[in-house]
Design a protein around this ligand. Structure first.
Ligand code: F6R
Length: 246
């Protein structure tokens, strides 16, 4: 087992600035960087800082390739709760120069979702490996939408969301019934191919999952525990989770 690098960055703001800076440095170093991107509440301030840093450093993003982890099934790219819209509003619309042909998210409204999963995984293989993959973590230990008991061998596929995830994500929707029950998600094996992974977590509701991920068994019942097998993972935590998991 490889010991993961864990840092206490006190709070959400400092952590978000750090993650954004790591992404910026990578993009400056390698103009055709492949980024693995996540959505959710965790990444909101990360993208706020990143889009500002891109602008003030005048970074040319034209050749950057991005792959998002997941998208809800049934939501079109212009649906206001889709991850497509999230990414545009939080990142891509803030900087000139993103080449939309190089920005990839699974199409949640594809007529053949199984084929869409195969195509997405194939493209990821052709364009990848991802240089830096950023991850949040679910309260149940999911990464991407790889819910507990996802296979460590899994690749991009259709997944059923658990009641815990549907509930956690329901505040973005008018009613819990409106939250899609399925998503397309990169798999655990897809995520593990990234050269470097930065997992960011803050807030008391994540502390059990992070503690298990860092110190528990490597088990499919806690998908994030697979990261113990990755040679280059950094875990960025707030003070509360750091103290709890140490
Ligand atoms: C989002 C994703 C999820 C989230 C996780 C945490 O693309 O893949 O794994 O990172 O559900 O969500 P938040 O950040 O909303 O707590």
């Amino acid at each position: 087992m490889i010991k993961m690098d864990v840092i206490n960055l006190k709070n959400r703001t400092v952590g978000s600035q750090y993650v954004a800076t790591e992404l910026l440095k990578q993009m400056k170093r390698k103009p055709d960087t492949v980024l693995g991107l996540a959505t959710g509440n965790t990444m909101i301030e990360v993208y706020e800082h990143l889009s500002e840093l891109i602008n003030i450093n005048q970074v040319d993003v034209a050749q950057i390739r991005t792959f998002n982890l997941d998208e809800y099934i049934g939501l079109s790219a212009d649906h206001h709760q889709s991850y497509h819209v999230y990414m545009n509003e939080r990142l891509f619309d803030h900087n000139k120069g993103w080449n939309k042909d190089q920005i990839h998210l699974p199409a949640g409204d594809a007529s053949d979702v199984e084929q869409e999963c195969l195509n997405y995984e194939q493209l990821l293989n052709e364009v990848g490996p991802v240089d830096i993959q950023i991850l949040g973590i679910g309260e149940n230990g999911h990464i991407g939408f790889n819910e507990p008991d996802s296979s460590f061998e899994s690749v991009t596929r259709v997944v059923d969301l658990t009641p815990s995830t549907i509930n956690a994500n329901s505040h973005y929707f008018d009613n819990v019934e409106d939250v899609p029950k399925q998503a397309i998600s990169m798999g655990l094996a897809s995520i593990m191919r990234a050269k470097k992974i930065i997992l960011f977590a803050f807030g008391s509701n994540k502390k059990e999952a992070v503690q298990q991920m860092l110190n528990g068994d490597i088990t499919e019942s806690l998908p994030a525990s697979i990261l113990q097998r990755h040679p280059n993972v950094e875990v960025v935590l707030d003070d509360e989770i750091y103290r709890f998991s140490n």
